[in-house]
Design a protein around this ligand. Structure first.
Ligand SMILES: [Zn+2]
Length: 82
């Protein structure tokens, strides 16, 4: 759709409010993004691989366990985050 619109403000930092719109429709919504804590992502991060992934924390506890290993393409920084 309008993906080019979002490419400018593309950097998502730890603690940013994001919208998840990935492959699990049940989880679509607002989350706080954190760096994915898993080993693979840690290694990718150390290597500087551009394929960094995120862990998502649900601030309202609707999905208490949140999501991990979420691809950058599956989230968009929330416009409410300013
Ligand atoms: Zn991961």
């Amino acid at each position: 759709m309008s993906s080019t619109l979002f490419r400018g403000a593309d950097l998502i930092e730890s603690g940013d409010l994001v919208i998840y719109h990935g492959s699990k429709p049940d989880y679509h919504g607002l989350y706080i993004a954190l760096p994915c804590p898993c080993r693979y992502c840690y290694i990718a991060d150390v290597r500087g691989t551009p394929d960094a992934r995120y862990a998502l924390v649900d601030p309202w506890g609707e999905h208490p366990r949140g999501l991990v290993h979420v691809r950058r393409q599956s989230i968009t920084r929330s416009v409410a985050n300013s």
